[in-house]
Design a protein around this ligand. Structure first.
Ligand code: C2E
Ligand code: MG
Ligand code: MG
Ligand code: MG
Length: 287
């Protein structure tokens, strides 16, 4: 029971603070241990063309905590970013994803998410070159997903890095387009290959005609700038048909395939050269 004097409130407040800071710290320590002990995994979510052929797969990091069960990336990526762990974690993701793709009996590309911290550090180009060499993956099969935040700060140096990555033959994808503040005319300055329209637009499309108009306009402008467009978060076949009619080039979402565990992806790639409908449940995560 809280005492209504200054001291009582104070100590309650401090206790609460201590708990959240120490919980965060514990998670960071455990994440570091998981990374060192091979305790992280990748899931792979296929992306499809208009005829439902697989065009690429996105690598998504997974952490199955021994006591707490699966922890979503939205919870542990921010902790990794604040603690600097994101650098070795991202290196692990890139290497593991490229090594997996190099084994597939398919020319399907592999998409890997980058963190803004990797641009700030300045050795991203060298890391990508080393990983391609280590895994033997052709640069043309790698897509790197960046967010608008990366483009907004440190523009000149970022632009230089992006040009060098393109020079290797790697593709550059702008993820979650529409959630930040950049306009298509601003994005034109960057050597991007593809935009992924954020799933919030796809979700609103059925009920809100303006969301559909936005997608339509984004597709038209992207194509005139020679950018391909991916729709993410496609959860129903109705959405898939609408987005296809709007001219989107590739499609990602539960209606087409859930993220698949690493143990299933190689077989899926072999069996689904032409993709089939249906959700394949992602084993062992809450996604
Ligand atoms: P993202 O890059 O936009 O990845 C797509 C997210 O949408 C994934 O969530 C995926 O499981 C989910 N998704 C796919 N289809 C659907 C759908 O039809 N409906 C809905 N509601 N969701 C769908 P996930 O795996 O939880 O990842 C969340 C975010 O965490 C990613 O968003 C990305 O920003 C970040 N992330 C994941 N893996 C990595 C990584 O290896 N490195 C970095 N830096 N970030 C990562
Ligand atoms: Mg992504
Ligand atoms: Mg995305
Ligand atoms: Mg997203």
């Amino acid at each position: 029971q809280a005492k209504h004097n200054g001291r009582g409130w104070y100590s309650l407040f401090e206790t609460g603070m201590d708990q959240s800071i120490s919980a965060r710290h514990a998670l960071e320590t455990e994440l570091r241990a998981a990374l060192a002990a091979d305790g992280l995994a990748l899931a792979f979510q296929p992306l499809f063309g208009p005829d439902r052929e697989i065009t690429s797969c996105e690598a998504l990091v997974r952490w199955n905590h021994p006591e707490r069960g699966p922890i979503p990336p939205s919870e542990f990526i921010p902790i990794a970013e604040q603690s600097g762990l994101i650098i070795p974690l991202s290196r692990w993701v890139l290497h593991t994803a490229c090594a997996a793709a190099a084994e597939w009996q398919s020319s399907c590309r592999i998409a890997v998410n980058l963190s803004p911290a990797q641009f700030i550090r300045g050795d991203l180009l060298a890391t990508v070159m080393t990983v391609l060499e280590e895994t033997g993956l052709a640069a043309e099969r790698l897509e790197l997903e960046i967010t608008e935040g990366v483009l907004m700060d440190n523009t000149e140096r970022t632009l230089e890095t992006l040009k060098q990555l393109r020079g290797l033959g790697v593709s550059l994808v702008l993820d979650d387009f529409g959630t930040g503040y950049s306009s298509l005319s601003y994005l034109h300055r960057f050597p991007l290959n593809k935009l992924k329209v954020d799933r919030s637009f796809v979700q609103r499309m059925g009920a809100d005609p303006s969301a559909r108009a936005i997608i339509s306009a984004v597709v038209a402008m992207s194509h005139s700038l020679s950018l391909a467009v991916t729709a993410e978060g496609v959860e129903t076949l109705d959405q898939f048909e609408l987005l296809r009619a709007e001219g989107c080039d590739t499609f990602q979402g539960y209606a087409l395939s859930r993220p698949l565990p690493a143990s299933q992806i190689a077989r899926y790639m072999r069996d689904h050269g032409k993709a089939e409908p249906g959700g394949h449940p992602e084993v062992g995560t809450r996604a």
